[in-house]
Design a protein around this ligand. Structure first.
Ligand SMILES: [Zn+2]
Length: 176
């Protein structure tokens, strides 16, 4: 009442813009109207936190490989855990050698969407002396068509993507 200005929402150029939509004079025809189908791009910014695992990704971005070691029982983790799965105590960060060896491997002929262009590829579990658990990674520089049991125990060296994606795939291994 106090505001005499006519209320009108602003027109927008965002989203769908459709002109000249047919509309029958006889409303009984509406039930036989063809459905309106629209296509529009869909994008979402997905924000999530790496939380206490963040130092691991900071390491990858700096060409360092980090594991953890339990402060109480000294059990060590090639894939970092911030609390010990044996005793529950808090773990400390440790730096892992860039050279390890292949504990086991598999050649993947099917993969998720992210890896389709690189399929087939080799997944390995990397082991280090004195480190109790393994680290899952990719092995490059071998012939996927000729997998060999000689790969088990092979020395491998970590390589890091120059442009970090803050993803576990920022690191991969090649024969040392
Ligand atoms: Zn422990």
């Amino acid at each position: 009442m106090a505001d005499e200005k006519p209320a009108k929402l602003p027109e927008s150029v965002e989203g769908k813009v459709l002109f000249n939509v047919p509309f029958p004079a006889d409303l009984r025809q509406l039930k036989s109207m063809s459905p309106i189908v629209v296509m529009q791009p869909y994008r979402i910014d997905y924000i999530h936190s790496y939380g206490q695992d963040s130092p691991f990704f900071a390491g990858l971005a700096n060409g360092r490989l980090l594991g953890t070691r339990c402060g109480a029982c000294a059990y060590s983790y090639g894939t970092p855990r911030l609390h010990c799965m044996r005793c529950g105590a808090e773990c400390e960060w440790i730096e892992l050698p860039l050279e390890g060896s292949v504990h086991t491997f598999t050649v993947c002929h099917f993969g998720g969407e992210q890896f389709l262009k690189e399929t087939p590829f080799v997944l390995i579990l990397v082991e280090w002396p004195g480190v109790a658990t393994l680290f899952l990674s990719r092995l490059a520089g071998v012939d996927c068509a000729r997998p060999s049991l000689d790969w088990v125990g092979m020395k491998v060296r970590a390589r890091f993507r120059r442009l970090s994606r803050f993803d576990p795939t920022d690191v991969y291994f090649v024969p040392a």
